[in-house]
Design a protein around this ligand. Structure first.
Ligand SMILES: Cc1cc2nc3c(=O)[nH]c(=O)nc-3n(C[C@H](O)[C@H](O)[C@H](O)COP(=O)(O)OP(=O)(O)OC[C@H]3O[C@@H](n4cnc5c(N)ncnc54)[C@H](O)[C@@H]3O)c2cc1C
Length: 512
């Protein structure tokens, strides 16, 4: 079997994908026995001639792809005490899946609820303001990304990126994520995928325990010996700390126990919403019914503080994403169809040690919390979010009505001046960036575009140190993992970090 690739096949966007095979066969001078799309991207540079560009794989003989199973840990080397995976986000789930493949049966503990119950609790929070601090948009089965757009593109070049996509497909994600250059699953699909993963872990002999929180750890002579879980002490042979960037109580406890951590830069700002049809028009030149809702990614250096758009959700909704009482936090999600009226994106400015006024590794958390509380107050103290039209933000006045863009933040909004929420330096940088970004994407500074505050949970504000064996240098057996520990910045990179940590645990016991 010899698999070959053919690249740069261009298909006008109004043509059916069925024509791809015809086009490729023409180029090859014959019909291949095996044919599959490997990559698909949109070339929108020439607005009068938008085309999809494909790379395909083909072979003259039929192809049967066989998977070689990974070597399992010999029975005599399997650890006797539990390997505890804390957190069921992408880092924890992919770590657990790989541990099972390697012959280690993990116990996954998750402070929040399973996904069905989680969905109900989030709906209740949106409707009534009754926040469950263990089950919300940050916490619960599937982690922070469950109520997201499920974008899977990553800046990292991990050797496991492809495997992560294949695994998502294996558990129910749309197959096209394997070849689209900007793959996304959609929140509706993600909920099914994480549930399928959980059921598989249990079927294969692992455990998944919900409403189960890591409360404390005990380190003896530089080694992690036990964990306190829902008030009970459990001896462990390894603990994967995949708690996400919002597990503030867990970070505080671990640091108090001597786990080494340091500050990390992150970014804060607002969510910006536009009419999706205007974004699609700006990106495509006209509205093509067959094209997906357009996205964008913008960076501005108009101020000394870099500003960028992040986690852009075409046809999406702004989500109430706090996990703490008396805080208002925004984030964004879309369903697979991305068919909402508005496009939203984080618009955030870089912040660092100079902004925190403290050397404590926890200083970034305090900085976030202060902004989240200001947003809560500005929103009226009932989890409504403060909003302002872009025109009014630039003029420094409180809005008194929506223009063409209405808020999608489900928990309610209140007009305010976002200067009351954000630090001055951030406000200044955002103002300059809006004008600057408009010069690159017409309409970004549309006066009716809507800003909702506050976007603070963009990445972890600290890094839990780990050495070359991926263990904490102050607690052997403790494996900081994923976004919360500072080693990932999204779903895919968190998942690959989960795989990396599982392999490190396997190697440790294999060599023992
Ligand atoms: C609304 C929203 C939209 C997003 N959209 C995207 C997107 O489209 N694409 C993308 O790449 N990224 C997106 N992100 C970011 C992405 O979700 C995260 O980068 C990713 O989930 C990090 O994975 P993780 O496994 O490291 O941590 P998390 O997913 O945060 O998972 C951590 C888990 O640990 C649990 N936990 C915390 N503390 C404890 C404890 N003490 N005991 C037991 N369990 C605990 C939490 O409940 C949580 O379930 C989005 C985030 C949000 C909130």
């Amino acid at each position: 079997m010899s698999l070959r690739t053919l690249s740069d096949i261009k298909l006008p966007v109004d043509k059916s994908e069925k024509e791809l095979f015809v086009l490729a066969s023409k180029k090859l001078g014959k019909k291949p026995a095996y044919f599959a799309i490997k990559k698909k991207s949109l070339d929108a540079r020439d607005k009068d001639n938008l085309r999809f560009v494909y790379t395909v794989e083909f072979s003259d003989t039929p192809v049967k792809k066989e998977e070689i199973p990974l070597e399992k840990l010999p029975a005599g080397k399997v650890p006797q005490k539990p390997v505890l995976v804390v957190g069921s986000g992408p880092a924890g789930l992919f770590c657990a899946l790989r541990l099972l493949e390697r012959g280690i049966r993990p116990i996954v503990i998750e402070r929040g609820a399973p996904v069905e119950e989680r969905e109900r609790k989030i709906d209740t929070f949106i409707a009534t303001g009754a926040l469950d601090e263990n089950t919300n948009v940050q916490f619960g089965e599937g982690g922070a990304g469950t109520f997201s757009d499920g974008k899977l593109n990553t800046q990292t070049h991990s050797k496991w990126n492809k495997e992560v996509l294949q695994t998502f497909v294996r558990f129910g994600a749309p197959e096209e994520i394997l070849w689209l250059n900007k793959p996304h699953i959609g929140s509706d699909n993600l909920k099914k995928v994480v549930k399928n993963m959980r059921e598989y872990i249990v079927k294969e002999g692992g455990q998944v325990r919900f409403h189960t929180r890591l409360e404390d750890i005990r380190i003896q002579n530089g080694e992690l010996v036990s964990a306190t879980v829902n008030g009970e002490s459990v001896e462990v042979s390894a603990l994967v700390l995949a708690v996400g960037h919002s597990a503030r109580d867990t970070f505080e406890k671990l640091l108090a126990r001597g786990v080494k951590a340091s500050q990390k830069d992150f970014a804060v700002g607002v969510r910006i919403e536009h009419l999706q049809e205007k974004i699609s028009f700006a990106q495509y030149g006209k509205n093509y019914p067959l094209l997906p809702a357009a996205d964008y990614k913008l960076v501005s250096h108009a101020d000394e503080r870099a500003v960028f758009t992040f986690c852009m959700c075409p046809g999406g909704f702004v989500m109430p994403a706090t996990s703490e009482k008396e805080g208002v936090v925004t984030n964004g999600m879309s369903n697979y169809a991305r068919d909402g009226v508005n496009a939203n994106s984080a618009l955030i400015a870089q912040v660092s040690r100079a902004d925190f006024n403290s050397d404590s590794p926890l200083a970034g958390i305090e900085f976030q919390r202060k902004i989240e509380r200001s947003a809560f107050t500005a929103g009226g103290g009932n989890y409504c979010a403060p909003v302002q039209r872009v025109e009014d933000f630039l003029a420094g006045k409180t809005s008194d009505k929506f223009g063409s863009v209405r808020a999608t933040y489900g928990a309610g909004t209140r007009f305010c001046d976002l200067r009351a929420v954000l630090p001055d330096g951030v406000t200044t940088a955002l103002k300059k960036a809006i004008a600057d970004m408009d010069s690159r994407m017409k309409g970004f500074a549309d006066g009716d575009a809507l800003l909702t505050g506050a976007e603070t949970r963009t990445s972890s504000p600290l890094r839990i140190e780990r050495d070359e064996t991926l263990q904490s240098p102050t607690a052997t057996g403790l494996y900081p993992c994923g976004e919360g520990a500072g080693y990932a910045g999204g779903i895919t990179s968190a998942a690959t970090d989960g795989l990396r940590v599982a392999e490190a645990i396997f190697a440790r016991f294999y060599e023992k």
